[in-house]
Write a protein that binds this ligand. Sequence first.
Ligand code: SAM
Length: 218
Amino acid sequence: MDYKKLRQEMVKDQLITRGINDERVLATFYKVEREKFVPCDLQKDAYGDFPLSIGEGQTISQPYMVALMTQSLELKGCERVLEIGTGSGYQTAILAELTEEVYSVERIKSLSQKADSLLKKMGYSKVKIFVSDGTMGWEKYSPYERILVTAGAKQAPQPLINQLKDEGIMVIPVGSTYSQELKVFRKKKGRVRSKTVERCIFVPLIGKYGWSEGVGNE
Ligand code: SAM
């Protein structure tokens, strides 16, 4: 399969036409090989306009949603970013292309290990990955200029708000277990304001400040 061509078509047909216009973000989506982050039998669909299964009941998000979340972070290149929900590692690679320091937390060990070895193999050696409940953040390296949550929360977890630096931005899907709104939180002088950028559907954010295990499976 000509993945390069599929990647170029994805950027043009799914991202640019829907308003993704940050040149650095677009260049990254032209570059990162999404097919490497999906199971072999799904590689032919890697550039489809939909999420794909990555095992353990989890998904790699639709390319447009990854691009919209990334663009909403307004990365300039020197920010310390915390990602919650490493999943396949695709979004992590996108972030690592766009900024200096990336920290990523995943609660499922097998996904985390797979993403970690793939990212290292692909040369993203500076990314730090941790298996834990990401609703608690990753205190050790806080505060973060940017936080991205890639699973659906019932509300923005307080530890993440606390670990967000002043003038920082947090992007997070908030809503029910079945549908959410993608929200952008901005912290200014200790106060946090949010706006909604899109409707979305994510797997649930499970943890102490998220949903209980087993939710969404009933
Ligand atoms: N960004 C990922 C990618 O590019 O493949 C997709 C992430 S997937 C939509 C959401 C991920 O969040 C899942 O891998 C899930 O296990 C993880 N997750 C859910 N709750 C979590 C938590 N409390 N802490 C860390 N990861 C969590």
